[in-house]
Design a protein around this ligand. Structure first.
Ligand SMILES: [Zn+2]
Length: 328
């Protein structure tokens, strides 16, 4: 037993060429399928796949193989879109990588949507082992569809989904689509979110605009702050301004809602580069190499500084008042 094993069963690389030669003489499709599925050497299995022209047998191999390279090779040879779709669906092919390779050849919109639906969980978990491949395949499927559903555009984060959402929002109206507009405004940080926010009237939905101004993403916050009013929202605006983690552009927009006679606006030595409050200070140091004293100003927050040698005169102070900063 085992003495006269067929050559294709070898796992010795030295016998590889001989094994491939034997496979190229094989004509029985079932035998070729057996070789493709079981040959220990990848090149031998590939040679068997190349010999198969019967689509049904190719599909069988794709379904049963656990080898990624054999699977991808056999997928290349399958032309029927319905068969590729079936392989990509759960339970279609044994290997998730083969499922992903199969869907990459499908162009039919309904099939792509069905595939995405079936692998929604893989997409959500795409960073976890074993799911990543199908998660990415869902992302690629999404990119291939013209005008995907709103729901999927919300799930996917990509340039394509940003553009699709913007188009969706342009076609929405307030208050009919308020729920969808709320979703975009709360969950996204893109042009679609800014447009969605801008569609909420202050008169009827100030509460939502305030909510977005406080907890939304940057683009949505900025759009919401543009819709808020002084003095009604001045206190809220101050809270946004104080949040140093936010973009300076957002914080400056909040500052515009602070009332003109508020003493806060007269705070001096504020930094126009990082929005630091009272952080620009005079600074003096001595450079041994140049044997010169320097003085200048430095922001203690972002470290932006300006120095000139003492003999050259007074340095320019780049600090501003908050009133000046909000108009910069
Ligand atoms: Zn600064």
């Amino acid at each position: 037993m085992g003495l006269f094993k067929p050559i294709w069963m070898t796992d010795k690389r030295t016998k590889r060429d001989k094994a491939i030669e034997a496979v190229t003489k094989e004509t029985n499709p079932d035998k070729l399928k057996e070789i493709a599925l079981n040959a220990p050497l990848r090149e031998v299995a590939h040679a068997a796949v190349e010999r198969v022209s019967d689509q049904a047998i190719l599909i069988d191999i794709a379904r049963q193989t656990s080898s990624t390279s054999v699977g991808e090779k056999v997928i290349q040879a399958i032309v029927d879109e319905q068969a590729l779709f079936n392989l990509a669906m759960p339970g279609g092919a044994l290997s998730k990588k083969v499922q992903a390779a199969a869907i990459s050849k499908v162009r039919d919109r309904d099939m792509l949507l069905q595939f995405m639906e079936a692998h929604r969980e893989d997409f959500r978990l795409r960073h976890e082992t074993g799911h990543r491949m199908l998660g990415e395949a869902v992302q690629f499927a999404y990119a291939r569809i013209e005008r995907p559903t709103f729901e999927w555009s919300m799930l996917v984060n990509s340039k394509a989904s940003d553009e699709n959402l913007l188009q969706d929002v342009k076609e929405m109206s307030y208050p009919e689509d308020r729920e969808a507009l709320c979703l975009v405004a709360r969950k996204k940080d893109n042009d679609a979110a800014a447009l969605a926010v801008s569609m909420f009237p202050y008169e009827t939905d100030a509460k939502f605009l305030r909510h977005v101004a406080l907890v939304g993403f940057n683009t949505a916050r900025l759009a919401a702050l543009k819709k808020l009013r002084a003095p009604e929202d001045s206190d809220l605006a101050k809270r946004v301004w104080e949040n140093h983690l936010l973009d300076l552009e957002v914080r400056k927009q909040a500052l515009k809602l602070v009332q003109d006679d508020d003493p806060l606006l007269d705070t001096p030595n504020c930094c126009p580069y990082c929005g630091g409050v009272g952080t620009v200070h005079r600074n003096t140091y001595y450079s041994g190499g140049a044997d010169t004293y320097f003085h200048g100003y430095e922001c203690s927050e972002c470290k932006k500084s300006g120095y000139i040698p003492m003999w050259a005169g007074d340095p320019k102070d780049f600090g501003v008042t908050l009133r000046e900063l909000r108009d910069l």
